[in-house]
Design a protein around this ligand. Structure first.
Ligand code: CA
Ligand code: CA
Length: 299
């Protein structure tokens, strides 16, 4: 299995990045990742303002997939997520929604073990490991790893966990897939600008699908399929995710426009991924049963 060490970090998704490793379509690849602080925060006395911001949001990669050509779809099956034994969370004035009217910074380090995050002596939670940053290179521009977009990137979608299949656009030869910024647990919205930030390793199977059938990025979990849209505002992201899913239901499942719209309104969920990054991200979740009843296969 190809393994990419976390020493191979990029801070932007760019067609100009040099590949860290090469794979064939169908290969399984392990990405070792640092937390979003680049591993710089190791005690609760450290503050976000005091670390090197040029090392924030490292993404491991990029991986060059030999068969991937512009116009293709990259299928990324998230097979396994391993994470460290502690998670870091910070708050700072001006960062995130809870940074509004905040006057000082804080850092907490939470133990993570045996599948639980220990918040304090009263509260602990089951972990729900997820990937914050995952994307391919845009066609021409270079986009910081902290920003989400049509290429994926910092989507901070809680559904990007083990077992999920993510479909991304191939914009350049080789696709140049990179990922990082894992969370042990995160609520929709990521309102304090952090999940439970944690390093670890992500094992994925990468496959090239010729052409494009679905609006990208697109996710399939064990019980839903979903569109993801990032835009300047939550409102624009909500519209984008909803209308691209309506288009998918019409183009791929053959629904008429009113059936598709009503289905989304009656039995699908429009949710916020994150409300705190330079672009905001929403998703539209449709029960998998809908695709099954229409005989549609995502493979
Ligand atoms: Ca993030
Ligand atoms: Ca994060």
């Amino acid at each position: 299995m190809v393994t990419i060490s976390s020493t191979n970090s990029v801070y932007n998704m760019s067609p100009d990045n040099t590949p860290a490793a090469y794979a064939e379509s169908g290969d399984v690849v392990r990405f070792e990742t640092l937390d979003c602080f680049g591993g710089q925060i190791t005690n609760e006395e450290q503050r976000l303002g005091g670390i090197n911001w040029e090392r924030i949001n490292p993404a491991t990669g990029p991986l060059f997939i030999n068969q991937a050509e512009p116009g293709d779809t990259l299928r990324v099956e998230i097979q396994k997520i391993e994470q460290d034994s502690h998670a870091v969370v910070v708050e700072a004035p001006g960062e995130g929604i809870t940074g509004i009217k905040l006057t000082d910074e804080a850092t907490r380090i939470f133990p993570v073990n045996e599948g639980r995050v220990y918040f304090n002596d009263k509260l602990s939670f089951d972990i729900s490991p997820m990937i914050g940053v995952i994307g391919t290179a845009p066609e021409k521009e270079s986009i910081l790893t902290g920003t989400p977009g049509a290429h994926g990137g910092n989507m901070d979608c809680t559904r990007l966990g083990e077992g999920t299949v993510l479909y991304l656009p191939v914009n350049v030869k080789g696709a140049l897939l990179a990922m990082g910024d894992m969370h042990a647990i995160m609520g929709d919205g990521e309102v304090c600008v952090c999940g439970a930030e944690i390093g670890g390793a992500i094992t994925v199977r990468v496959s090239v699908i010729k052409g494009r059938r679905m609006p990208l990025p697109f996710l399939v979990t064990s019980d839903h399929f979903m569109t993801i849209c990032s835009a300047d505002s939550l409102e624009a992201a909500a519209e984008g995710a909803t209308l691209s899913m309506r288009g998918f239901l019409m183009n791929e499942l053959g629904m008429d426009i009113h059936s598709a719209g009503m289905l989304l309104s009656l039995c699908s969920d429009l949710r916020i991924c994150q409300a705190v990054d330079p672009q905001k991200t929403c998703r539209m979740e449709v029960p998998l049963e809908v695709a099954e009843k229409y005989g549609y296969s995502f493979e």
